[in-house]
Design a protein around this ligand. Structure first.
Ligand SMILES: *Cc1c(COP(=O)(O)O)cnc(C)c1O
Length: 300
């Protein structure tokens, strides 16, 4: 499917706001994960690797994206998953269940072991167990991923003054920065508390027309508040655009908050990137249901 820019009509505002619907690119390899995997898949083929191996948590968009893209492109896939207890819960975990349907094999590890996942000893043990593989880091950010994200903006996007995007590892934002115009400002909205991000992004970019808006993490990675859930539901009812609670919900909340606070100059043209992640709603709703909290409205 194609992504396109959808207008968001703001009442009582002179700001022009659009959202790029990258969430529509693929049903399971959603949004930025599609961009991040494109050149990695080509590289893995070039290296004649038959297996992709990567890392992630219980409801990871990246894990499901690798499982689905691997299946479509003829790779075996292995997911190293944080949390041994999840081994017994695959059936009740919508993300892992779907990844398994796509043929992903899981290696569940303790949180302590997971912290050592980049060590030579950890990787050597995996090679011993599974044979050679093409390794994608947790979250999927590397040079190939940034290159893919440099294709998110197109010539028609030159008219925008501001480009806004959610940030996890910063790979997507880096690609956007690299393909932005000098006249444009790129705003990243981290979904987690992380001072390391600025440095990580600097490793991938050469331009300086960007900032991180660090006030919209809602408590940290994977955390959310009733205020955020209400916002996502109201936004969906009003604009018929679904947002995920881990990334895009926080970013769109942030952009609308900055608009309300008149941080953007009058008549600014703003483009938000919808990076997808909608598969994560089901997992968040399971938690919300357990806590007897309002759930996120699911479309269709
Ligand atoms: C993974 C993800 C991000 C973060 O991308 P990074 O390149 O890691 O910053 C943003 N939005 C969604 C929906 C994601 O799944």
């Amino acid at each position: 499917m194609e992504s396109y820019n959808q207008k968001i009509v703001l009442e009582h505002s002179d700001i022009t706001l659009f959202i790029k619907r990258e969430d529509l690119l693929h049903p399971y390899v959603s949004g930025n994960k599609f961009r991040k995997l494109k050149y990695n898949l080509l590289q893995a083929k070039k290296e004649e690797k038959e297996t992709l191996l990567t890392f992630g948590g219980a409801y990871s968009n990246h894990i499901l994206a690798v499982a689905a893209a691997g299946c479509e492109n003829g790779f075996k896939t292995i997911g190293v998953i944080r949390g041994e207890e999840l081994a017994a819960k695959i059936a009740s975990n919508p993300t892992l269940r779907k990844a398994q349907e796509f043929g992903m094999v899981f290696e569940f590890v303790s949180r302590e072991a997971y912290r050592e996942k980049n060590s030579k000893a950890f990787i050597d043990a995996l090679v011993l167990q599974y044979g050679e593989f093409y390794m994608l880091p947790e979250g999927g950010t590397n040079d190939c991923a940034v290159k893919g994200c440099e294709e998110i903006l197109t010539a028609e996007d030159d008219v925008f003054d501001y480009i806004c995007c959610a940030v996890g590892t910063g790979g997507t934002l880096s690609g956007i920065i690299n393909c932005s115009k000098d006249s444009q400002q790129v705003l990243g909205f981290p979904a987690l508390k992380g001072e390391f991000l600025r440095e990580d992004i600097c490793n991938f970019v050469t331009k300086s027309n960007w900032t991180l808006q660090t006030d919209y993490h809602f408590g940290g990675y994977g955390k959310c508040t009733t205020e955020l859930i209400s916002f996502i539901n109201e936004f969906y009812v009003h604009y018929k655009i679904p947002l995920d609670p881990v990334y895009t919900g926080k970013m769109v909340y942030g952009v609308l908050d900055l608009i309300a606070k008149k941080v953007f100059p009058a008549h600014s043209k703003i483009l938000m990137i919808h990076t997808g992640g909608l598969q994560g709603i089901a997992g968040m709703n399971l938690k919300l249901r357990q806590n007897k909290q309002t759930e996120i409205i699911v479309h269709d």
